[in-house]
Design a protein around this ligand. Structure first.
Ligand code: NZQ
Ligand code: ZN
Length: 380
């Protein structure tokens, strides 16, 4: 196990009716900007609960943070926040609203254009923010990452922002999720765990089994949620899986990959595919092309998660990749570029972009533009 320092300061407030806790968490003298997406919170009663809980506070609302939040929209929110002199931010929605609000929190204390912060990869001081999460997927409610898109340049980058002070997770708020968002959320969570697990075995028994526990939970609950999307206990387990999948708890002292995410962001930037969907397309290709360096861990994953123990090394790896692809399809997403009308032009463009940026992803920093092309060719 590698040396590490771990600290996660987010206060997690979990369960039915817990949005009412808001007034106990935010000092009364704060001027709050509440940020929202496109309106799902009005249909599921979340907006009403938030408004009720914040009676007596000075608030201003910002609506319209879209999926894959854009710098174009967030600049408007920052301008409004500065004008209104807000000193607390409350994000209400999915990962996009939370991520967008993380940039607003940094942008409010920055003089220049907020895209500079994204490009720098790291924010400075921020206004405090908190989240009410309605979509289990990103882990943004308990981490300090944010991913922002730029429509003008068709770019999408992550940067390190600040943690929410607290996050409220009520599984009942997820009952209105459409089936595709549940599917993307399950896959996103699955791949977050994989990005921190699928490297080499023998680094940490605890991290491995913690990660495998989340993978097994997702595989167990995915068909049950499909059959019964309004089951509180299932959605509670889904929410906890997503939060635990990307809050640092499975990453202590172990190598991390993140190549699949970096490639997926390009597919979103170029074609607007949903984040979880891009991961389902790319990840089987990452396993396939990196079967030499990741082979021992693929075998462990195949055996412990899918019970694959027979055949040669390559046969077991192939069977494990096939099972993984099958799982993604079973939750209801396509896993091939061609199924989305994406072909060589995009593959060449992503290779070109990675070469131009001089990037190399993965735990061995060997996923270059050329290797990315091989990965995507496997997914045509
Ligand atoms: O905008 P509204 O009307 O709220 O509708 C949203 C949106 O259309 C809807 N939705 C959310 N909760 C709902 C609901 N609809 C009905 N009932 C509910 N309870 O779902 C749609 C998608 O929402 P979005 O927030 O975009 O989804 P998600 O949470 O998957 O976030 C995706 C974004 O997070 C980034 C992704 O790249 C993408 O930009 N990520 C952030 C990470 C992080 N901060 O650590 C890590 C991830 O790897 C990921 O990259
Ligand atoms: Zn993700």
């Amino acid at each position: 196990m590698n040396n590490f320092i771990f600290q996660n300061p987010v206060k997690l407030i979990f369960g039915k009716g817990m949005i009412a806790q808001l007034s106990k968490q935010i000092p009364k003298d704060k001027k709050i900007m509440i940020t929202f997406g496109g309106g799902s919170v009005k249909k599921n009663g979340v907006y009403a609960q938030v408004t009720e809980a914040l009676k007596g506070y000075k608030t201003v609302e910002f609506w319209g943070i879209e999926p894959n939040p854009s710098i174009e929209t967030l600049r408007k929110a920052i301008a409004l926040g500065k004008e209104e002199k807000v000193d607390f931010l409350l994000a209400v929605g999915g990962g996009s609203v939370v991520d967008g609000t993380k940039l607003i929190a940094a942008g409010l204390l920055y003089e220049g254009d907020a895209w500079d912060i994204v490009k720098a990869g790291q924010s400075g001081e921020t206004v405090p923010l908190a989240a009410i999460l309605t979509l289990p997927a990103t882990g943004s409610e308990m981490n300090r990452a944010a991913v922002i898109s730029n429509h003008a340049t068709k770019e999408k980058y992550g940067f390190t922002a600040n943690y929410p002070v607290f996050s409220i997770l009520d599984p009942e708020t997820t009952f209105t999720l459409p089936e595709n968002q549940v599917a993307y959320g399950i896959i996103d969570t699955f791949i977050h765990v994989m990005e921190q697990y699928m490297t080499t075995p023998g680094q940490s028994r605890v991290m491995d089994r913690w990660a495998e526990g989340i993978l097994q939970t997702l595989i167990e609950i995915a068909p049950k949620i499909k059959a019964n999307p309004r089951n509180y206990d299932l959605m509670a387990d889904f929410m906890m899986s997503a939060t635990m999948g990307l809050n640092g708890f499975v990453a202590m002292g172990v190598a991390q990959d993140w190549a699949t995410h970096s490639i997926g962001h390009e597919l979103t930037a170029l074609h607007g595919l949903s984040h979880g969907h891009t991961l389902a397309i790319v990840f089987p290709g990452t396993l396939d092309v990196l079967r030499d360096s990741k082979g021992d861990k693929i075998l462990q994953y195949g055996e412990r998660i899918w019970g694959i123990t027979n055949g040669s090394r390559d046969e077991r790896i192939d069977a494990t990749i096939a099972k993984t692809d099958e799982f993604f399809r079973s939750v209801g997403v396509t896993t091939r570029l061609s199924e989305e009308g994406i072909g060589m032009e995009t593959i060449n463009e992503i290779e070109r972009r990675f070469n131009e940026r001089g990037v190399a992803f993965g735990e061995n920093e060997d996923v270059t533009g050329a290797v990315t092309k091989q990965i995507l060719l496997k997914r045509l």
